[in-house]
Ligand binder design. Structure first.
Ligand SMILES: [Zn+2]
Ligand SMILES: [Zn+2]
Length: 303
């Protein structure tokens, strides 16, 4: 099962097929402008009784149009019967003592740009938007063109509801938003494509080497076997040296049909089972190639 058995033409056709697949994958690579996603670390601190609880997690992503910078503040939420801050007159409930504050807003009802701008107009230093109910902790980078230099991150619905319940109960919650890590979804797409391509190449080569050479090798084994049988059969055919006075020297007799020469004394001839004879030097290579008498086509392996 060696690569050496693959013929050069087969190898070049396999190589060209792989090259075409490679070019296809290269063309399917998304353009390099594909946006990177930046995660946000939320350092959440609040007080329950005498205990100060602090938790840190990579629980959000920065919006596509948000500055990538650290922002900190107490958390405020929209007053009224909904939390989406779509009404431009929305007031935010926030601790009086806080110098810096972050607006916690529910997704939906209007565009991200709209609600971020509503919070910014009320003086928020950053905006945290939580996803729709039922989406668990799923987040994605929001598009919010037209918001000024205000940090905007999205967090999952579960985390958002947890924070909302705390501050609605009057708990003073502060959050420090820090820039996390960069992810490139298109890069992972490319890595996956590359991995698939390599796996396909290996499977292809494996199947090619395991299966392709087997058919020619069994037929070439058969050819070698027949050749050996022919050689043995030729060796068993009698030879004779022509002497002066032999009837083969009669000018009316046939010539050797392979070289068209007449027989001369001292010529060695090989006599076939069909009784036809030829120069040994002429008939042996002929039989090796054809294994039949050149005159009557009788097969030397069958007679
Ligand atoms: Zn001859
Ligand atoms: Zn013959």
């Amino acid at each position: 099962m060696s690569l050496l058995r693959v013929t050069p033409s087969a190898r070049s056709s396999a190589a060209s097929r792989l090259l075409r697949l490679g070019i296809f994958l290269l063309l399917s690579l998304p353009d390099s402008k594909g946006k990177a996603i930046w995660t946000a670390h939320l350092n959440i601190t609040f007080q329950v009784g005498n205990r100060i609880i602090s938790e840190l997690g990579e629980s959000g992503v920065f919006g596509n149009h948000s500055p990538l910078e650290r922002v900190a503040g107490a958390v405020g939420f929209p007053e009224g019967w909904n939390q989406n801050a779509c009404n431009p007159l929305t007031n935010f409930s926030r601790p009086e003592q806080a110098e810096s504050w972050l607006a916690l807003i529910e997704r939906g009802g209007c565009t991200f740009t709209h609600k971020i701008n509503v919070a910014a107009e009320k003086g928020a230093n950053g905006v945290i938007i939580y996803n729709y109910p039922g989406t668990g902790n799923k987040v994605f980078p929001m598009s919010h063109q037209g918001t000024d230099n205000i940090v905007a991150v999205m967090i999952g619905n579960l985390k958002g509801m947890e924070l909302l319940h705390l501050i609605q109960k009057g708990v003073y919650v502060t959050i420090i938003i820090e820039v996390g890590r960069m992810h490139m979804p298109w890069l992972s797409h490319y890595v996956m494509s590359l991995f698939t391509f390599l796996a396909a190449t290996f499977v292809y080569l494996f199947l090619y080497c395991a299966w392709r050479p087997r058919a020619p090798s069994s037929s070439s084994r058969r050819r070698r076997q027949i050749k050996a049988e022919v050689k043995r059969a030729i060796g068993q055919l009698p030879v004779r040296v022509i002497r002066e006075g032999d009837k083969e020297l009669d000018p009316d007799k046939d010539n050797c049909v392979i070289c068209f020469d007449v027989y001369k004394p001292q010529d060695t001839v090989r006599i076939l089972n069909c009784k036809h004879f030829f120069h040994k030097a002429c008939i042996d290579p002929w039989l090796l190639a054809h294994k039949t008498c050149p005159m009557c086509k009788c097969d030397i392996l069958k007679t």
